[in-house]
Design a protein around this ligand. Sequence first.
Ligand SMILES: Nc1nc2c(ncn2[C@@H]2O[C@H](COP(=O)(O)OP(=O)(O)OP(=O)(O)O)[C@@H](O)[C@H]2O)c(=O)[nH]1
Ligand SMILES: [Mg+2]
Length: 259
Amino acid sequence: MIQINCILLGKTDAGKTTLIETLKNPEYVNTQSTLYTATNNVASQTITVASDNNKLYEVKIVDTPGLNDVRNDIYNQYSNEEKLKLIRNHLFQTDYTFIGLVFDMKSIIQEDLASFRILREYLGETLTWKTLLIITHCENKRAEDLRQFDLQLQGENLGELVSFCKLGHVYTGALNSEVLRYSGVREPMLENVMKLRKDLLAKVISFDKSPPMMSNRNRSDEREPLILQRRRAKSHYCDCCCECCRDCCNYICDYCTIL
Ligand SMILES: Nc1nc2c(ncn2[C@@H]2O[C@H](COP(=O)(O)OP(=O)(O)OP(=O)(O)O)[C@@H](O)[C@H]2O)c(=O)[nH]1
Ligand SMILES: [Mg+2]
């Protein structure tokens, strides 16, 4: 089984815990927002994902307490500084395959961006190559809405965030209890949640770092560096490696290969 490790970071209420629940079970229905931060410690959950070609992945997802909680402080076990310290210890102790920065589509420009700046300042720029932007609360968005949002992400306000997240961005959502209560219509929303979930999981397993299997068909790739070396120093070719083959079919005789 191929292992993928990730950690979710972001402001409080962005949807980190809900995302994990939805990945475990797409029919998970969101809960009402609480008066205090829901996640008070770092905890991990593991899900198994199968790719289209039946490779199995064990994806370990680490949930963290959200930053910038302005709710009643007595419910907060940790201050912002303590949460950052906690997150930093976890980040640098484990080799995470990627870091998910979780943002709520509704508040991305205000509070979420403020949390991003705090995280960037505290954690530094080195993590930028491992960071994926995950945008929540998209269960009722149509493909056209998401395309429009793609354009908004390129804009001035969010440019700093998007350029930090070098692994790109994805959208997610969860079954919304309020909409279900008032409209009673579940199926189109569930379909959307499942599609977004599938796209996110496809992205996640694409970060698999295990080396590709080497088949016979790849032998010419294996030889490529050698061929390039020989091309730079043509005198290393013997007479049987004709001029034509150096540039078209990559033929190198056995004698040249072992040189
Ligand atoms: N409709 C909808 N609601 C969501 C989504 N993600 C989160 N929520 C709701 O938003 C609120 C906060 O979600 P959580 O998953 O607890 O947020 P969190 O980032 O884990 O927050 P902390 O644990 O405080 O850091 C809850 O009421 C969730 O039900 C989503 O994608 N769609
Ligand atoms: Mg949480």
